[in-house]
Design a protein around this ligand. Sequence first.
Ligand code: HEM
Length: 195
Amino acid sequence: MKLPDGRLPRGNVGWRSNYPRNIDADDTGSFLSITAALAGAVILASMKADAAHLNLLFAWLWIFFGFLSGMILGLFFHRENWLGGYGSFRRRMYRLAHISFFGLGALNLLFWLTIQRGVPLDSLGIIASVAFILGGVTMPVCCVLMAHFPKARFLFGLPVCCLIIGGALSLLLICRNDARLRSAGNPDLDTHQTP
Ligand code: HEM
């Protein structure tokens, strides 16, 4: 970094001769943008490697939570008027949360299986992967929130949008890679085929 008169600041000798002694706003800005770009690239690369694997972990965690939530419901459901009775809005929302764990766990498992069939996980695939996880997290949370604050029903828009986006992108990925999917043999099945 040069002084306004064009000279280098005192002390800038040897390998440090181009090293800025005072970091100004411009330097900070470019430093931050380079760091952000690098961090973005690293995050994208690691997500590419792990995104679908996250869906698999999420799937089994959610199926486990489905069992757990069922067990909790099972502790109280013999009470006739628990949460206002079987048909009450609050009880229905709790049931929906319980069922959504299974449904959205299974959905994430299906997404993982689709990727295993050879659909490349490009940026669209990563968005779909994240959308399915976000939808899976927000759906049971919204169900329980709605059970207690029925006016918050607009919150359901969040899981609904995430899941619609995830579904649409998955469809797009499959259509784009249709030829690859058709030609991809399943090695597991091949080994069990009789000659
Ligand atoms: C550990 C395993 C499970 C337990 C302990 C459990 C427990 C329960 C209980 C207690 C209810 C009644 C809730 C109420 O009275 O409001 C219920 C409802 C329900 N569960 Fe589960 N469940 C389990 C697994 C599953 C699985 C694997 C599925 C499906 C994939 C499932 C789907 C449903 C559905 C659809 C309802 C609503 C039934 C209705 O309203 O008629 N559950 N579960």
